[in-house]
Design a protein around this ligand. Structure first.
Ligand code: RIB
Ligand code: CA
Length: 344
């Protein structure tokens, strides 16, 4: 996982921790929603909350490849996990960089690792500079990022992860231009991730599945200082995190909901059959005065270049939410079993 945790990045981590078929080989902390050290601390803290085994968390570059870092605490909260106040972890950071982690893991296990990027592509680009063979050493790459036939969420045409580091995104898509068709990155862009709309009812269903009490239905009338009283810590912190995202989406007139960009990409990484794909040649605008960091898809070979991406063009949001609620709810209950009812 290469993440910029992040409220929805947190859900991607929980989804993978909750999925028996997933083994997290390592976590690369990329600067984006919040600075890289905060991203790393958030992941270590979530691993504590989830009583997870030791998983290597490696610190990424402090800045994007070519421009100063821009963060977005107004979207993800002062620490990047919304209203959640996760206890700081004592777990140690990896001694290696995020880029070195990428390179070492794919060299140790050629053809077996699925890379999942839910933040800017800075550290993957740095890894590709260290190891140009990386596209052929990965089993597959899944990227949450970009917007194609769909408005941007940061400027009118670009999406946050690409906006933070467009040079990195271009280097990644260019590097995969020579990858064989079954190694093309699967791209989960806003076109599809903005159809994955979490609502308060989904959180309540997850709390119920986890046996957390009380089952809370958060609402836009809840004050910012409200905090979940759920008995299950994973549900409690998750509720506090996502409620901030609900407030953010409502503030920008998108409704009291939250787009689940990153956990959707995680679900696709585990099961590409969840997504309908279409090949295209993707490139990134770097010099446009109005369009810098816009991802452009050539679906019809107009540029005369081989496809370098499989773009997700369809999915079933209900199926995704069913999987997420079932997996994360069951996981939360497993980690924190409800207290046995007191004898009457
Ligand atoms: O544009 C949405 C993406 O940007 C998500 O990954 C979110 O976490 C932010 O990183
Ligand atoms: Ca993210």
């Amino acid at each position: 996982m290469d993440v910029d945790t992040g409220i929805d990045d947190s859900l991607a981590l929980l989804y993978l921790l909750a999925s028996p078929e997933a083994e997290i080989a390592g976590i690369a902390a990329t600067a984006g929603n919040v600075p890289a050290p905060r991203v790393a601390a958030n992941n270590l803290a979530w691993l504590d909350v989830c009583r997870a085994p030791d998983i290597e968390v490696a610190l990424g570059a402090a800045e994007p490849l070519a421009i100063p870092l821009r963060t977005t605490e107004d979207t993800h909260g002062p620490h990047g996990v919304g209203y959640a106040e996760l206890p700081e972890s004592e777990r140690p950071l990896s001694a290696r960089s995020a880029a070195q982690l990428w390179v070492d893991l794919v060299r140790e296990d050629p053809g077996r690792i699925v890379g999942l990027c839910t933040g800017p592509l800075t550290n993957l680009a740095l890894a590709l500079r260290l190891e140009p063979e990386l596209p052929r050493l990965l089993r597959r790459l899944v990227i949450m990022g970009g917007a194609f036939n769909h408005p941007g969420n940061t400027t009118p045409t670009n999406e946050w992860n690409v906006h933070v580091d467009p040079e990195a995104a271009k280097e990644v898509f260019d590097a995969f231009s020579s990858a064989p068709p079954d190694r093309r990155p699967i791209v989960c862009a806003l076109d599809i991730t903005e159809t994955i709309e979490m609502r308060p009812e989904h959180l309540a269903l997850l709390a119920e599945r986890a046996g957390s009490q009380p089952v809370e239905v958060v609402s836009e009338t809840d004050p910012p200082e409200a905090r979940s009283a759920g008995s299950n810590p994973i549900v409690r912190y998750l509720t506090d995190a996502v409620r901030f995202y609900f407030d953010f989406h409502r503030h920008y007139d998108q409704g009291y909901l939250a787009h689940m960009h990153d956990p959707f990409a995680a679900a696709v990484a585990l099961d590409p059959a969840l997504a309908r794909l279409r090949p295209a040649t993707v490139d990134v605008e770097l010099t446009g005065a109005l369009t810098r960091a816009t991802t452009v898809a050539d679906w019809a070979g107009m540029w005369g270049r081989e496809p370098n991406a499989d773009i997700v063009i369809g999915t079933d949001p209900a199926e995704f939410f069913d999987r997420m609620i079932t997996r994360v709810g069951d996981f939360a209950m497993e980690v924190y079993p409800p207290a046995a009812p007191k004898d009457a």
